[in-house]
Design a protein around this ligand. Sequence first.
Ligand SMILES: Cc1cc2nc3c(=O)[nH]c(=O)nc-3n(C[C@H](O)[C@H](O)[C@H](O)COP(=O)(O)O)c2cc1C
Length: 355
Amino acid sequence: MMFAAIARETDRIGLVTTVSTTFNPPYIVARQLQSLHWLSNGRAGWNIVTSIEGAENFGDSPMPSPQERYARAREFTDVVRKLWASFPQEAILIDRESGKFSDPDQVSPINHSGEFFSVKGALTLPAHPSGEIPLFQAGASDTGRNFAASIANAIFAAMPDLESGVELCNDLRRRAEVHGRHPDAIKVLPGLYFFLAETREEAHALYKAAHSHLSVERRLASLQSVLGLDISGFALDHRVTADMLPDPNQPVRSRTHAELLRRYITANQPTVAEVLARPEVLASAHWVSVGTVEDVLNDIMERFEAGAIDGFIALPGGSEQSLELFFEKLMPQLVERGVFRSDYTGSTLKEHLGM
Ligand SMILES: Cc1cc2nc3c(=O)[nH]c(=O)nc-3n(C[C@H](O)[C@H](O)[C@H](O)COP(=O)(O)O)c2cc1C
């Protein structure tokens, strides 16, 4: 609904909405996304998620296991795409004289019967002429990556450091090829949580203020929930080492976040205080960049040149001024360096993504 409102007020920006495959029926999602695609003239995108939690909002059943959630996501996406294809653009006639608005010969109802869903019928609205809705995916465990490699046009990634980014990009390229796709078929777009100010000191003060409400106790509890690691008995300057890590097979909320932290601890043997300052513990494991426009620009260029990113999802932090600096100073510099377009070259999301 929010995107329907935004679609009306804008005419170029892509509208990528997150929809969970764990809690929704595929027929409704297929209709909603195709409706948004028409309302926005080809600008809809779908960020496919399997969700970490939330089952209690929908009934008494517990969260399905990650394996089951991904199996369901695969079938769900398949059903949605079959529904989109069931009423192709070519079936539209709109002939008022004969009273024929569509050609039934070109509409192919589906008859899906699978492990999780039974869905019959054609979709009741035709596909938009701009073609299929681009698919994004979020979740980077082994299963998540394979799923992304099989269908996604872009991945919304949690990428706290450059090394994890290079690893993810190379791995996705390899997996895309295994699925018979072009290695560059999947755009890697990490969240970039930025705090911009005129001076470094100001920017760091903004970052500190944004997390000052998180006590050591809350950070310890967050670490316990993300990684299953309890280090509450250690002093803040005590080093955390690989042998302290819990069994990698024990269930965690998100394997993506747990794996990022495991790798950081194994590679760096950080202190307790350093672990408690990590983005995976404080928030959502996103890449954090704090400083002046030049600092953040250099950070972006470093990752881009290292092949760790194709773009990023901007997550503004701090103050409104941070957002203004981003649009008025930082983006123009990315354009100047030739890594961002100076104007739109198309009007649909597909065109913006270069698909
Ligand atoms: C960057 C990122 C963003 C995500 N955003 C959402 C979201 O908005 N809603 C949601 O239900 N799940 C979201 N998820 C959760 C994933 O869909 C997935 O359920 C979770 O990461 C567990 O899968 P994994 O084991 O592959 O990491 C997100 C995950 C990541 C990594």
